[in-house]
Write a protein that binds this ligand. Structure first.
Ligand code: SF4
Length: 401
């Protein structure tokens, strides 16, 4: 079966904690890269998670933060956004959080958006105050569900009440730009169950909602158990999510992401534009000038290498200009705004039709996965996923690679 015809429904995953391996060339519109800091510690490993993280241990965390802050102090680039992800950055003790934010101060002051990821069980009022006072202006909370039985199934260590209390506490502390992650597609979950969670989310003070289908990735406990729901049910839940959140003012702006006006995540938008970024920490990825590097995914090895003055990157890849352009197309298409041919040319140096197969694109248009974007004069200025096409986003994106 051809790639265009393969009925692979999109099963959105939580985005990679660090800007993922798949990146490419390009410049942010103002030329500044993003900065990503990876905090690879969690209280407990969730059975579906394949991101690099280890159990929190204060001695190792102290040593790790000591190294990361030294690296941050040496950065003399101006960043457009700063994103502290994990793992669970909020497991850091108040002392370590302060230390990390102090080292970042000049960057937090100069950048437009500063995000920290946190989980309800470890985000308390003291840490919220530290983050707010330290220059963080965006919180991303790993709520995952507002149903206790689902949270238990997902191996999460907070309950719904705690999740709602943390959202309220963040707002009371002064955070305006707060986002949450939710998961759907747990075995036995009905559309009615999911709709109830979406209602709670949309009725709260959050400005950004990311919705990911549960997937069973290799090297996770759930992979062995093969928990899954039917593709049709997953598709129904995804379509319902789009309709429901759009109707409540959360604009669908990327495959798995919805935001109120002016609250789209700039850091991730730069990633989908295929702009450069610098990654600091174990397993973090950096991309600049067509070279992509990934740091070792091992905290102890990261510390050893730093102390021994050895390279922290486990791998380095130089991408050809054509490859970078293809990756730009594959990332751009995930946005609701799709691929703008002028922007594409500016970012990649190629005309879209020079590097993509016109027959393939026409096939997607016939299947109603893609539609043309037209300017005011009616000329074709780009392409974008249709509502139906979002269900097949992964297939379309892979076909552009
Ligand atoms: S808390 Fe987040 S990063 Fe940590 S194991 Fe769970 S899903 Fe993964």
């Amino acid at each position: 079966m051809s790639r265009t015809r393969r009925k692979t429904l999109h099963y959105a995953r939580r985005p990679p904690a660090s800007p993922p391996d798949r990146s490419g060339a390009g410049r942010t519109l103002d030329g500044r890269p993003g900065l990503y800091i990876h905090i690879p510690f969690c209280r407990r490993k969730c059975p579906y998670c394949d991101f690099y993280s280890v159990p929190y241990e204060s001695g190792i965390a102290t040593e790790y933060i000591g190294i990361v802050t030294k690296q941050i102090r040496k950065l003399n680039t101006k960043f457009s956004s700063v994103y502290i992800g994990g793992g669970t950055p909020s497991v850091l003790s108040p002392v370590l959080l302060r230390r990390l934010l102090d080292s970042l101060r000049p960057h937090l002051t100069a950048s437009d958006e500063n995000t920290v990821e946190g989980n309800p069980e470890s985000l308390d009022e003291e840490k919220l105050r530290i983050l707010y006072a330290g220059g963080i202006n965006r919180l991303s909370i790993g709520v995952q569900s507002f149903r206790d039985d689902k949270l238990e199934f997902l191996g999460r260590i907070h309950d719904s009440e705690r999740a709602q209390a943390v959202i309220a506490a963040a707002t009371a502390c002064g955070f305006i730009n707060t986002g949450i992650d939710l998961m759907y597609g747990v075995p036995g979950e009905t559309l009615k169950d999911w709709a109830q969670e979406l209602r709670i989310a949309a009725g709260s003070s959050v400005k950004h909602i990311s919705c990911y289908a549960l997937t069973c990735e290799p090297h996770t406990r759930f992979y062995r158990l093969r928990h899954s729901i039917s593709q049709e049910h997953g598709a129904r839940m995804y379509s319902y999510t789009m309709k429901f959140l759009n109707a409540r003012g959360f604009k669908h702006y990327e495959v798995s992401n919805y935001a109120r006006v002016r609250y789209r995540c700039r850091h991730n938008l730069a990633y989908w534009a295929n702009a450069p970024y610098v990654g600091v920490g174990a397993s973090a990825v950096s991309y600049s000038g067509g070279i992509r590097m990934k740091n070792v995914s091992d905290v102890a090895e990261y510390i050893r290498r730093f102390k021994g003055d050895r390279a922290l990157a486990a791998g380095r890849e130089r991408l050809s200009a054509r490859r970078r352009a293809k990756e730009t197309a594959a990332l751009n298409i995930r946005r609701a705004s799709g691929i703008d041919f002028k922007e594409f040319k500016k970012m990649s140096g190629f005309h879209f039709w020079e590097i993509e197969d016109r027959r393939q694109i026409m096939q997607f248009i016939r299947l109603r996965f893609l539609s043309y974007r037209r300017d005011r004069a009616g000329s074709v200025g780009g392409i974008a996923l249709t509502r139906r096409g979002f269900l097949y986003a992964d297939s379309v994106s892979s076909a552009l690679l």
